[in-house]
Design a protein around this ligand. Structure first.
Ligand code: SF4
Length: 359
């Protein structure tokens, strides 16, 4: 803007959030958080329209008229890329409004920005993805607009074409044997639509370009775990995302792996505040206790005694301090009076005693 360049979003939902000065809340439906009445208000204040109802066709027509004027006067378009076929150097954009088709055909110069992971080997592979993609996103058998182009054609469409290959951390992700599967994502949001956490909190809560389960594993890897260490925890690990993902990214596996990286990052941090964080202290104590049989058995005996004031029948239903937040929602099972090891030892002793009597 400082250089007199005005970038205008052409996808209807992207246009809505650009006019509202907001950010996207869904990969496929970026303005899903706005209702028709809000969009009407927005269009009345930002587009050149005199009157408008909140009927979907009127709203779409207002945006169409606005965008058509821009398409016909804009010298340069910038598009994304869904796939690139290595066999012939062909670039593919898949969309449902026709704005992408206008972008890649009307302006004189076309710049396409493509993440390096979008390259697929052959047309045969493209055939699979073009079927997979609409069926696992909007449930359509085919998406409405598929634009394919290979360089420029004299006298037809843009006369200058630039392809920008975007790495932005992707090759680093590729070196990670667990995290690299995230690069298989075709960004068609089946995991967002099924995720119970996304359903409750919405896309903005992730504070990431990619919300939902895929954002929770991709963003920490692209921007560094130190800048998004809470994202891998934005999941109940129910596994629904893995079940619906058309390219079979094991999202729960990557989430757990990234939680491990987040913990190790915090452990490496030498600040006193991080080291004295109650959770870190508790985890360090637990790790030490679980690593030693003697300590583990002593801790069991301590817990058997310590729980007595809070135990009512077969449950612990009110713990003091921060642990009270847990028992406010659900009961805890008490540590049993006899552990498996105690039982085994007494069984062994009884067996040895009966052997002695027999001999
Ligand atoms: S992770 Fe799988 S389900 Fe989620 S957007 Fe990517 S391809 Fe779709």
């Amino acid at each position: 803007a400082a250089n007199g360049i005005n970038a205008i979003e052409t996808d209807l939902a992207e246009l809505i959030i650009q006019l509202a000065g907001e950010s996207s809340s869904h990969i496929l439906v970026p303005a899903i958080h706005k209702n028709r009445a809000e969009i009407r208000e927005l269009f009345l204040s930002k587009l050149e329209v005199d009157s408008l109802t909140d009927a979907p066709n009127e709203l779409a027509n207002a945006a169409r008229a606005h965008l058509r004027r821009k398409f016909l006067s804009t010298p340069v378009a910038i598009s994304g890329v869904n796939f690139a076929v290595a066999e012939t150097g062909t670039v593919c954009v898949v969309e449902s409004e026709g704005n992408g088709r206008m972008c890649v055909t009307l302006p004189r110069v076309l710049i396409s920005v493509m993440g390096v992971e979008k390259v697929i080997p052959s047309w045969q592979d493209l055939e699979v993805f073009l079927q997979l993609l609409p069926r696992s996103s909007t449930g359509e058998r085919m998406n409405p607009y598929t634009s394919l182009w290979t360089g420029v054609s004299q006298g037809d469409g843009p006369q200058e074409f630039h392809l920008v290959l975007l790495d932005n951390g992707r090759t680093q992700v590729l070196t990670d044997t667990v995290g690299r599967q995230s690069l298989n994502c075709i960004r068609f949001s089946a995991c967002l639509n099924i995720c119970p956490v996304y359903e409750r909190v919405g896309g903005h809560a992730y504070n990431s370009v990619y919300p939902g389960p895929i954002g929770a594993i991709l963003t920490p890897q692209l921007v560094g775990i130190e800048n998004a260490s809470s994202l891998p925890y934005a999941s109940s690990l129910c596994g629904a995302c893995y079940e619906v993902c058309p390219v079979k990214i094991n999202i729960p596996e990557v989430l757990i792996y990234l939680r491990g990286r987040a913990v190790r990052y915090k452990q490496r941090s030498r600040s006193l505040r991080t080291r004295l964080n109650p959770e870190s202290v508790a985890m360090r104590l637990m790790a030490r206790t679980f690593a030693s049989r003697k300590l583990y058995e002593q801790a069991q005996r301590l817990a058997q005694l310590g729980q007595l004031p809070f135990q009512h029948g077969d449950v612990i239903d009110a713990l003091p301090g921060p642990m009270g937040r847990w028992t406010a929602m659900r009961d805890l099972r008490p540590v049993p009076r006899q552990s498996f090891r105690d039982w085994w030892r007494s069984r062994q002793a009884a067996h040895d005693a009966s052997e002695e009597v027999r001999s």
